[in-house]
Design a protein around this ligand. Structure first.
Ligand code: UDP
Length: 245
């Protein structure tokens, strides 16, 4: 599969539909793996944490979630096929899983949210088999692992603990969790549950989803400052090559 190197993170150059097909093939074959959807904030964080780059690059699918990564790919002449938002990947995957009667477990978000997300998704995609839910606020990771395994495991576990916590969880425990695919999907459960709204289409089309999120949650400003910093490093890399700081 063709990949795009963005500051050391190897993204799959893949469309949303092909990403869902690739994940479904793994599920059908029972081939374990985890899916990550890094945005520019996470790629920027990787510069300080090489171990994070390594664990992102060990994922079976690395999808470009965010317009910053797409612009970076264009500037660096890397072959990305456009943004694949984690939430879109999740929804399309769930839709296909429902058609094939595959099972899912939801881990993450505040108490009650995962159950609400599961209910909404089952309403929309009736064939979906929900094995269980567990909120993302526990003391010991083992509690989360046990919750998934005691539910009998699942074809897919959505791990929605925010980045980079969810990526570390998936890389560390993939072997212990009884699920074929783990998907790290940030705040997706809040959106599926309906407690957080996605940006209107016009913002998404204009590449301004980040701006809408900032308007709704101004406290994200600190995190979002990594976007211009990321773009600066990308520009320097373009001008001065790989080692640019
Ligand atoms: N979360 C969680 N456990 C934690 C910290 C966060 O389950 O210890 C959840 C939080 O409730 C939210 C999601 O993780 O549902 C993170 O959402 P955010 O929008 O910050 O995700 P990101 O921007 O990292 O994709």
């Amino acid at each position: 599969m063709e990949t795009a190197n963005i500051l050391g993170v190897r993204f799959n150059a893949i469309t949303l539909d092909d990403a869902v097909d690739a994940a479904m093939e793994r599920i059908r074959a029972g081939e374990k793996g985890y899916v990550v959807t890094p945005n520019s904030e996470i790629v920027y964080l990787c510069r300080k944490e090489p171990a994070l780059t390594a664990l992102l690059n060990r994922a079976c699918l690395v999808l470009p979630d965010g317009i910053g990564v797409v612009y970076a790919a264009r500037l660096l002449k890397q072959p990305i096929k456009g943004k694949v938002a984690g939430i879109d990947f999740a929804e399309h995957l769930v839709a296909q899983m429902a058609r094939e009667g595959k099972s899912i477990f939801f881990l993450g978000a505040k108490p009650g949210i995962a159950e609400l997300a599961a209910k909404e998704l089952q309403k929309k995609y009736p064939g979906l088999v929900v094995k269980g839910c567990r909120d993302g606020y526990y003391k010991d990771d083992q509690e989360a692992i046990d919750a998934i395994n005691q539910a009998g495991g699942a074809d897919v576990a959505l791990i929605c603990l925010g980045a980079p916590k969810q990526e570390r969880f998936m890389a560390a425990y993939q072997g212990q969790v009884n699920a074929t695919i783990l998907c790290g999907l940030g705040g997706s459960l809040d959106v599926f549950a309906g407690t957080v709204q996605r940006a209107p289409d016009i913002f998404i089309k204009l590449g301004l989803e980040w701006f809408y999120r900032l308007l709704k949650e101004p406290k994200r400003i600190g995190r979002m400052m990594s976007l211009p910093k990321f773009m600066l490093v990308v520009l320097k890399t373009k001008l001065f090559g790989k080692g640019a700081k």
